[in-house]
Design a protein around this ligand. Structure first.
Ligand code: FAD
Length: 357
């Protein structure tokens, strides 16, 4: 019998387990191996730690160790507005990391008292008397564990969330595709591409230690492959070189277009991170939301594990306001006319003094 069972050892689940691991008896179920080269469930991610996530790491008193970092560290966003044929550079600081190593590092910080089971798959839960009974599989065998509460930190396509809420109304679903190309001349910026012919969200380029990632959040069932190839073609016309393709991966991305689309669970089951729908609706930055929601739940659970839910809801107020603000910002970002006005004024942009070597 555990106090808390956490499903998912990504940034949200690992942070919760780290913060509460000494106070409560915790079981963490994770399908990845967390061992070098042993996992076949690699998270598809840009691996950029944005300023909001950096702030959370600062609050946690954490500094990222060197082996987790990848070059180059980035100080600019090149915004390419294909709809309006405009381009601008903006100053923004990103820490560029190896996402798998970043997650492994967060997992290493979890107190030894926490029982972590890797390579297991969470299946379902049921409520019995005053506890939750969790079913999972390990090495092909069915297993069962009991706890006072269950926390779903199992990411965008959360099984826990699908069992507690049907997300009614549901966030906007996208398929996020990323293709990695070998690149011996890295670009020293993060590229953000707006093109309504490709997607109602946005596409991106990220340089990553000898590779260039081209990514896009695309509407499912809307000629995803064709649109991704068209994007590639258009970016070549903008001077991008896509040499040898190394890998292509995709994952679901749920974009919360209103606060009603966030689902935080109920008395016995709480949701955090992307499982709850916490991700920026303007940029798809999700690490700060994973950290903030796990901290909000930590603070609620520290007070009272049997009656934490109302406190968790209250603690989430700033994050909910943030989602509201990001959706308001999105009105200008994703409207071709408004974006044209903002970019034409050059507001907050920097003058590029780059030279070609
Ligand atoms: C293509 C793409 C690029 C992105 N780039 C960035 C970026 O550069 N910067 C940024 O801040 N955000 C980025 N995001 C968002 C960010 O990756 C997520 O918001 C963040 O990872 C959410 O953390 P989480 O812990 O909530 O979920 P996740 O990181 O998804 O972790 C969920 C964990 O649960 C485990 N799990 C899932 N199902 C089960 C199961 N049934 N049983 C056991 N374990 C399970 C998974 O293995 C995983 O470890 C990106 C997202 C996408 C799709």
């Amino acid at each position: 019998m555990f106090d808390i069972i956490v499903v998912g050892g990504g940034p949200a689940g690992a942070t919760l387990a780290r913060l509460l691991g000494k106070k409560y008896k915790i079981l963490l179920l994770e399908k990845r191996a967390f061992e070098e080269d042993k996992t076949d469930h690699i998270k598809s991610c840009g691996g950029l730690i944005a300023p909001d996530a950096q702030l959370m790491l600062a609050k946690f008193g954490l500094g990222i160790p060197k082996p987790v970092l990848l070059s180059p560290q980035l100080f600019a966003v090149r915004t390419i507005d294909i709809d309006n044929s405009l381009e601008r550079y903006y100053q923004r600081h990103y820490i560029n990391v190896d996402r798998e190593k970043f997650d492994r590092w967060l997992a290493e910080l979890i107190p030894k008292k926490v029982k972590i089971i890797n390579n297991c798959i969470y299946k379902s839960f049921e409520e019995r008397d005053d506890k939750v009974v969790v079913n999972y599989s390990y090495n092909g065998r069915k297993k069962e564990a009991k706890a006072k509460i269950l926390v779903g930190a199992d990411g965008a396509f959360s099984k826990v969330r699908r069992q507690v809420s049907n997300f009614d109304p549901s966030p906007q679903l996208y398929i996020a595709i990323q293709e990695w190309f070998k690149s011996d001349r890295p670009l020293d910026y993060y590229g953000a591409i707006f093109d309504s012919e490709i997607t109602s969200f946005y596409s991106w380029t990220i340089p990553k230690e000898g590779y260039l990632i081209l990514g896009s959040a695309l509407k499912p069932k809307d000629r995803v492959n064709q649109k991704f190839n068209l994007l590639k073609q258009k970016m070549k016309n903008h001077g991008f070189k896509f040499e040898k393709s190394i890998k292509l991966n995709g994952s679901y991305l749920y974009r919360p277009l209103s606060n009603k689309q966030i689902s935080i669970g109920y008395k016995r089951v709480a949701l955090i991170g992307e499982a709850a729908g916490f991700i920026s609706p303007s940029s798809a930055e999700g690490l700060s939301y994973a950290f903030k929601s796990s901290l909000a739940l930590t603070k609620a659970l520290k007070n009272d594990i049997d009656d934490y839910h109302a406190q968790y809801t209250r603690n989430l107020k700033p994050l909910m306001q943030n989602i509201l603000w990001k959706n308001t910002k999105s009105i200008a970002m994703y409207n071709n006319f408004l974006r044209k006005i903002v970019m034409k004024t050059g507001l907050l942009s920097i003058k590029s003094e780059r030279i070609e070597y």
